[in-house]
Design a protein around this ligand. Structure first.
Ligand code: MN
Length: 253
């Protein structure tokens, strides 16, 4: 099995090295990751400048672009062989609820999924990679059955978003298959004055969990479980379709 490993925190991130180590236990590994931290870049592609690929001392390839750039280039010319699985992370912090829309970690996996390859995004729900070794062990156990089933029959592509709390232990963790929760709107922007007297702004922190009841990713992680959310890409409001169709056929009342 060939596994492509990417992330959004950059090729020097400890979470990437830990995930690469895990994946080497399952097959041939290629690493293509951003040169710099590209968290929060979502699915953006760099369309207006060229991209360069370099190789680090550990053999990781890195690109001066976004996570989606990395996987896109990897699959479209940089790698000699197409991977069988795309794995992203282990991210520095949670990617739950609305985070998934902004996440570069999820986007890197999604890029693989868009190319028809099964893909898994891993995030450690606390920043600073606490207990990274144990969390990587959990990632290994999450991947193990996926790799085993792949060996039996090539699966239809899927996209899994996995959030691991730092308390999870490889020998004894519990998983829960979840739906995405929702966050409150982000905190306000932070306004400051630059040393040259100009107002500058920082995007504020993400909002607190808002829809976090049973069955959500937030709830599972709160209970110390590993949250596994199967994602899809179709943003259509399927439930709302009939009502919108009715309105456009003339009845805007
Ligand atoms: Mn990140």
């Amino acid at each position: 099995m060939r596994i492509l490993v990417a992330n959004d925190d950059g090729y020097l991130a400890p979470g990437l090295a830990a995930l690469v180590e895990v994946c080497r236990g399952f097959g041939e590994v290629d690493v293509v990751a951003p040169e710099q931290n590209a968290s929060g870049t979502s699915n953006s592609l760099s369309l207006h400048r060229p991209l360069s690929v370099h190789r680090s001392a550990q053999g990781f390839q890195y690109i001066n672009g976004t996570p989606s750039d990395c996987v896109h280039l990897a699959l479209n010319g940089v790698l000699a062989q197409r991977p069988d699985l795309v794995v992203s992370g282990i991210n520095n912090g949670a990617n739950m609820g609305d985070d998934t829309l902004y996440s570069g970690t999820v986007a890197a996996a999604m890029e693989g999924y868009l190319f028809g390859i099964p893909a898994v995004a891993f995030s450690l729900t606390e920043k600073g990679w606490p207990d990274l070794e144990e969390v990587a062990g959990v990632a290994r156990e999450v991947l193990r059955p996926l790799v085993a089933s792949w060996a039996q029959a090539r699966p239809a592509p899927y996209l899994l978003n996995v959030n691991i709390p730092p308390s999870a232990r490889a020998a004894s963790f519990r998983t829960e298959v979840t739906r995405l929760g929702r966050r409150h709107a982000s905190e306000p922007v932070v306004r400051q004055i630059s040393p040259r007297g100009e107002p500058i702004y920082w995007i504020g922190p993400a909002g607190e969990a808002h829809v976090a009841g049973e069955g959500t990713d937030f709830h599972a992680v709160e209970q110390g479980r590993v949250s596994i959310t199967p994602l899809q890409v179709d943003l259509t409001d399927h439930e709302g379709l009939p009502a919108w169709r009715a309105r456009w056929s003339g009845s805007w009342a």
